[in-house]
Design a protein around this ligand. Structure first.
Ligand SMILES: [Zn+2]
Length: 111
């Protein structure tokens, strides 16, 4: 069974309500910061397992509505899997958390 769907008929009422808010914020370009953004091939995505509705672009960047109702990137560390809103996590770049970046830098200087 697919957990991730773009099929609106599978969203249900609550996820569709969130989707409508996401689209409105996206249409009005209401972003939390200048760093938050999506590229091309943006789609509405629903994770039927977690219940999370978000926007995703062709490079798997994700954006969700934060508590203040504006769009913010959801970052995930490609090394340790830590994830969260850009404003709530300490990331070195969009795909590496600060901790993993420092460990990488450390292992480079040790060798
Ligand atoms: Zn990490």
């Amino acid at each position: 069974m697919t957990l991730i769907t773009q099929d609106l008929s599978r969203f249900g009422y609550q996820p569709l309500t969130v989707a409508a808010k996401l689209l409105k914020a996206y249409a009005q370009a209401r972003w939390a910061s200048n760093a938050d953004q999506l590229g091309e091939e943006v789609a509405l995505v629903f994770n039927t397992h977690s219940g999370l509705v978000f926007l995703s672009d062709g490079e798997f960047n994700a954006a969700v509505l934060n508590d203040t109702g504006v769009l913010e990137n959801w970052l995930a560390c490609s090394i340790c899997g830590a994830e969260g809103l850009r404003s709530e996590v300490n990331f070195f770049d969009d795909v590496t958390c600060q901790t993993c970046a420092e460990q990488e830098a450390q292992s480079l200087t040790n060798t």
